[in-house]
Write a protein that binds this ligand. Structure first.
Ligand SMILES: NC(=O)C1=CN([C@@H]2O[C@H](COP(=O)(O)OP(=O)(O)OC[C@H]3O[C@@H](n4cnc5c(N)ncnc54)[C@H](OP(=O)(O)O)[C@@H]3O)[C@@H](O)[C@H]2O)C=CC1
Ligand SMILES: O=C(CO)COP(=O)(O)O
Length: 335
């Protein structure tokens, strides 16, 4: 296959490396960067020193910049590998594209003048309704995928052609790709787990213990499922790779940028200091408010996500956020 990956951050670069080098397929892959200087540097050094240091780009991986239309021409699959903040612009540039398109971003878009924050497929419905598209998600730290360590992903789309293209592109000796038609469920899992990873980072940074972490993960999964079902998702999706799988990975794995934000806040850093020190996107910081707003509109209770928002907004200190969660009225586990 001919595959173009739009966005040369850590995840786009790792997946491009995987598709170009994993047996048996070894596709013809091009990595596109919005910045011509970055593309030139990738080409010259054959390493993405800023976003994926120490991992060589395979010789067969092409690198380019320039107009998006030229980059996607003649390709069999287009992957959008930017954060949520870049999705709308790229989708609008791709709206007449006949090739399957897939996004990797995990979050809700920031609220706009006339709409609350949207999931990726809702953005697509607004700006590129005719696109044949879907999402690729699941528990996958970029560095492990780039090193060829075993990983399982989920390809979500209502279009069989998109699901099939993603399996053909990425299923390999190192990557298993499962399929799912429940795009809403897969996207809600990917977005909410980032918010919950901030909470577990904070919990671990404060030394609250392993019991507390297990409780946060389990009750966080209940929150994620409630929101997803209210948005039209299937409950069983949340027991899969993009739900429980990615929540466990991100909430417990120190490679997570969202978890690191929580750890840094627990050390007394300000949110700005924490975010600036990452050098990468931490989507949970940007979408926590939207998660809580959309939940409120639907009458869904999300106390952990609300606690994260209060903390990020500076309304509560970490110990007060913990006290607020522990001080809630007793309730049934299945509510
Ligand atoms: N890293 C990971 O392990 C995983 C990440 N994800 C998700 O993938 C998405 C991307 O994450 P990741 O690669 O880690 O992020 P990084 O912070 O590592 O890189 C972001 C990349 O996106 C580029 N970019 C930002 N805005 C735009 C835009 N408007 N148009 C074009 N390019 C843009 C940046 O370019 P520039 O350098 O020019 O700013 C940079 O190359 C996120 O939503 C994340 O949650 C999903 C699974 C795993
Ligand atoms: O989505 C991810 C792993 O599946 C990456 O998580 P972070 O963005 O928190 O690093």
């Amino acid at each position: 296959m001919k595959i173009v990956v739009l966005g040369a951050g850590s995840w786009g670069t790792a997946l491009a490396i995987g598709a170009a080098s994993n047996a048996p397929a070894r596709h013809r892959v091009t990595l596109w960067a919005r910045d011509a200087a970055q593309a030139a540097s990738l080409q010259a050094q054959r390493v993405n020193a800023r976003y994926l240091p120490g991992i060589a780009l395979p010789d067969s991986l092409g690198v380019r910049a320039g107009p998006v239309g030229a980059a996607v021409a003649g390709q069999d699959l287009v992957i959008i590998a930017t954060p949520m903040s870049g999705l709308r612009d790229l989708l609008s540039q791709l709206k007449t594209c006949a090739t399957p398109v897939t996004w990797l971003c995990k979050g809700f878009e920031a609220a706009r003048a006339q709409s609350f924050g949207l999931l990726a497929h809702e953005v697509r419905a607004q700006v590129a309704p005719d696109l044949i598209a879907g999402a690729l998600s699941g528990p996958s730290f970029a560095m492990e995928v780039a090193r060829g360590q075993p990983t399982a992903l989920v390809a979500a789309s209502e279009h069989a052609s998109v699901r099939d293209a993603l399996v053909e592109a990425f299923h390999s000796s190192a990557l298993r790709v499962y399929v799912n038609e429940d795009v809403t469920g897969v996207e809600v899992g990917g977005a909410v787990k980032n918010v919950l990873a901030i909470a577990t980072g904070l919990c671990d940074g404060l030394g609250l213990g392993l019991n507390a972490r297990a409780a946060l993960i389990t009750r966080g999964l209940a929150e994620m499922t409630r929101l997803g079902v209210a948005l039209g998702a299937r409950p069983d999706t949340f027991m899969g790779l993009s739900g429980l799988g990615d929540l466990v990975l991100t909430a417990t794995g120190d490679l997570s940028r969202n978890r690191r934000v929580g750890l840094l806040l627990a050390q007394g850093r300000t949110l700005k200091q924490a975010v600036d020190s990452l050098g990468h996107v931490a989507e949970g910081v940007y979408c926590a408010r939207t998660v809580v707003q959309r939940a409120a509109l639907l009458g869904v209770d999300m106390p952990i996500a609300q606690g994260v928002v209060a903390l990020l907004d500076g309304q509560l200190k970490p110990d007060a956020a913990v006290a607020a969660l522990m001080g809630r009225e007793p309730t049934h586990e299945q509510l």
